[in-house]
Design a protein around this ligand. Sequence first.
Ligand code: NAP
Length: 275
Amino acid sequence: MHINGKTTLFGILGNPVEHSLSPIMHNAAFTHLGLNNVYVPMAPKDLGAALSGLKSIGFRGVSVTVPFKEEVIPYLDSIDATARAIGAVNTLTFTKLSDGSIAVQGTNTDWIGSNAALAQVTELHGASALVLGAGGAAKAVAFGLQKVGATVVIANRTKAKAVALGKELHCAALGLDEIDDVGAEILINTTTVGMAPNINHCPVAPHLLSQYKVVMDIVYAPLETKLLHEAKACGCAVIDGLDMLLFQGAEQFRIWTGHTAPMEVMRKALVTALG
Ligand code: NAP
């Protein structure tokens, strides 16, 4: 990568952002395709001021992560229908208009990433899925599943949050302690349970796992969570959190550059970074 006066700017807004793997993934792809682009991490204190700055500096595309995915929406010139339905934006595209002003458009690629990760091993249309968690990621994952015709049940530690999300998505909702007899084919963990440093924690009692055909954990540090380790032992097909990260990033890359993302290059960069 040779940064010069013609380099096009991309980045990620989050706070904290120093652990984000997106700079590694996108810069590896830019370098591989010989694109004169660079992707940098940014942790603004004032999101509105940061967006004005990015516009005037000439940024072309920006990822948005925690805690800004919802907060960013009022600052945007437009937001697409899926991001509006999810209520969260993870991708910004900056476009120069004919009058010289810059328009910022928001979209969401998280649901595309989770669907693509799951679709590698199973048909989603007509499938049934239990989604653990009721936070931002759960909403994107559940929305994506419903969009392709899967039936979703939400289960969360704080049941009231599961019920609220269930109402929004018109699906069943349970407490995390009520999932013994759900009987879904696919299990997806979108809670933070099992994430480093609490790597010995599992959101589901291991003896319940054999009922699922596919188990996906969107936690990616560690890559093999306790949940995936136990699910593998039960004979389930397993998908780790790297795939969702990779596929949502590949869609961002396509939106921003018009190029098909070099998936294997991006995957290798992520795996190397995760050790
Ligand atoms: P969030 O909005 O803060 O939601 C966190 C969820 O975890 C809530 O449902 C919370 O339940 C649950 N939780 C936390 N501690 C728990 C515990 N001890 N026992 C049971 N449940 C617990 O976070 P998020 O943005 O949805 O992200 C969730 C995870 O997904 C993070 O690990 C994030 O890194 C990962 N993620 C991965 C990708 C990817 O591309 N692979 C993309 C997005 C997010 P309560 O409501 O009861 O607190």
